[in-house]
Every structure is written in C-alpha cells, then in structure tokens.
Design a protein around this ligand. Structure first.
Ligand SMILES: O=C(O)CCC(=O)C(=O)O
Ligand SMILES: [Fe+2]
Length: 326
C-alpha cells in the first residue's frame, strides 16, 4: 500500500510481512464447505460487490440526511452523499435516544442488514436458519476518529457463542477514511484466551491495546485492510482482533459503515441486544462513537455517551469545540 496508514495515531509498519490486503472470497461464495474451511483458517470472508450498490446507497442517503438534520454533516454546501463534516454541529441540542433509534431502524438500513445474499452466506456457514441481533451498530466516524483494538466476542457472547460480525461499508470507503483493519489469524491465537473469557460490560474491559504495533508484535500476523466500495461485505469471526484505521480524510469526509451480528435463529439470544434493550440503555446512554476527550473505552466512554433526561448529550463526556458556537 503506497500511503501511510495510521491506527490510534500510530503509523503501521508497511513491510509486506506486517501489512497486507484483504483477500476476496467471491469465487467461493456458493460453496458452503469452502466458505467454512476458509472462515476457520482465515477468520474472515470478504465478498466484493455482494450487495446491490443502489440498495447500499439508499441506506447511505437515508442515514446521512439524518446526520445533516442534526448539523453533523454539511449538506448545504456539499452533496449530502459526500458526508463532509460541518464545523458547527447541533448534535448537543437534539434527543439522541430518538436520533440513534431513527438511524438504526431506518427501512433502507434494515433492508441492507437483512439482505438475502448476506443471510445466504450465513446459512451456508452455519447450516441453518439465521437471524441478526435486533440491535445494530451503524458507525459514523469523523476525521480524526477511529475505533480501538478489540475482539467482538467480549461484547456479544451473552447468548449464543456461535456469533459472527458483518462489517458493511455504507458507501465507498477510501483508505484515508479509516476502514476496518484485521489482525491476520488472531482468531486462533492462544495468547487471547483470558481476554476472550471476559465480558466487556460486566468486567469493564476497555480496548485490548492502544498500540497496533505492540499487539502485532505479541500476537503475530499482518494487519489486513483495503479500501471498500458500496456493495462489499466483510464477515468475520468474533474472536478476530480488529480496529479501524484513523480517518485522515483531507476533505473532512466522514466514514459511514455498519457492524451487525448474525447467529443461528435457534440459538439462545444475548438479551442485552434484543427488543429495545442494550447493556447501557439502563444508564441512559446512546451508541455514539467519537467526539471523545480521552481514549480507553473502559466504561465505554468512546462508544456509549451518557445523555440527560431529554436525551441530550452530557457535554462533560465529549469534546465541545464544534458545539460551543452552535
Ligand atoms: O468500523 C469500525 O470502526 C469498527 C468495526 C467493528 O469493530 C466491528 O465491525 O465489529
Ligand atoms: Fe468490532
């Protein structure tokens, strides 16, 4: 990869033994046995252009219009689909409980996460009828932001153990906009057994590390990433260590993607993520990554923000530079 890539503010080692490109598995999409085999070996499956591009872009428009309404993106001087950060935001004035639910429950977004082609992959992988968690994690990532290093199983394994994550770019995502980055074969690491035995919520576990180079040194493997196009779908093992690259877009383009969890419909549910529940809703928090003062995520500061009785952001939990003037 020609350009420098950063994760948690650290430059990744670009040596081919340390950094690589995600492999496309489109050629085996119809073969359940090969899918299972490759997922077991590699811990992820990428399918280029699996979802209908127009369908993805409908979800993008639906969500970005909502971000424009609350002043997070500038849809007056730019095309809403360009997702350009607006300097003055009204996000601190709105009911974020309603806003985040509105984003999660949008029809176009729902149609994307329930896409037949995605479901068919999991039916082949898991050998039965599958379902998503009710809760979904649409992610809007501003320039300067990114996601910390972690495995998903510590967040989503309170019901079924056989759970899978699907990462969906909702629009094109260039390398400089901070797409996902996976640590090759880390799902097989013997060094992570203790970490995986934890529950992020009950045990107050933060990010695995703030240092992508140190994690790589101790676990091994290349960091794998790629740019993405609308329609690409990435499925991965919930043990696989991943993060995102930092969004360093020079044109202040915000990155819009989604993570969703899938499991066998017959398996037990992690009740924290079904119905209208979530582990933090009881504490009046909303899933709203970014805008943070500090990193660590031990009490989910980076991803879950406390809100007041009107659903408005507790300003003490976020950087307020873009909010003061509004
Ligand atoms: O998109 C991101 O920044 C993080 C994605 C992630 O953690 C996931 O898909 O589980
Ligand atoms: Fe994750």
């Amino acid at each position: 990869m020609e350009q420098d890539l950063y994760c948690r503010g650290k430059k990744l080692d670009a040596h081919p033994a340390r950094l690589g490109t995600l492999r496309d598995s489109s050629d085996i999409v119809d073969d359940g046995k090969l899918l299972q085999q490759r997922m077991a070996e590699e811990g992820y499956l990428l399918f280029r252009g699996l979802a209908d591009r127009e369908k993805v872009l409908r979800a993008r428009r639906e969500i970005l219009l909502k971000y424009a309404i609350i002043g997070e993106i500038d849809a007056v001087n730019h095309d809403v689909m360009d997702s350009i950060l607006q300097e003055q935001s009204f996000i601190a004035q709105v009911n974020l409980i309603a806003f985040t639910e509105s984003v999660r429950s949008g029809v176009a977004y729902e149609e994307l996460t329930q896409d037949r082609r995605i479901m068919a992959i999991y039916e082949k992988l898991l050998g039965g009828q599958v379902r998503t968690f009710d809760f979904k994690w649409p992610r809007f990532v501003r320039p300067g932001e990114g996601t910390g290093i972690h495995s998903d199983n510590i967040y989503v394994s309170g019901g079924a153990k056989n759970v899978w994550t699907t990462w969906i770019p909702i629009g094109d995502v260039a390398l400089e906009e901070g797409p996902i980055v996976l640590l090759e074969k880390s799902h097989l690491s013997t060094k992570l057994t203790k970490y995986w035995s934890k529950d992020a919520d009950k045990d107050q576990v933060g990010w695995l590390s703030e240092n992508p180079l140190g994690v790589q040194e101790s676990i091994g493997g290349r960091w794998l990433t790629s740019s993405f196009s609308a329609g690409d779908i990435l499925c991965f093992d919930v043990r696989l260590v991943h993060a995102s690259l930092d969004n360093r877009s020079p044109i202040k383009r915000c990155r819009l993607t989604s993570d969703t969890r899938y499991q066998l419909a017959a398996d037990p549910l992690d009740q924290r993520w079904h119905g209208n529940a979530n582990p933090h809703g009881g504490q009046r928090k909303v899933f709203l990554p970014g805008m943070v003062r500090s990193v660590g995520n031990r009490k989910f500061e980076e991803e879950w923000k406390p809100v007041d009785q009107w659903g408005r952001l507790e300003r003490s939990s976020v950087r307020t530079d873009r909010l003061e003037s509004a």
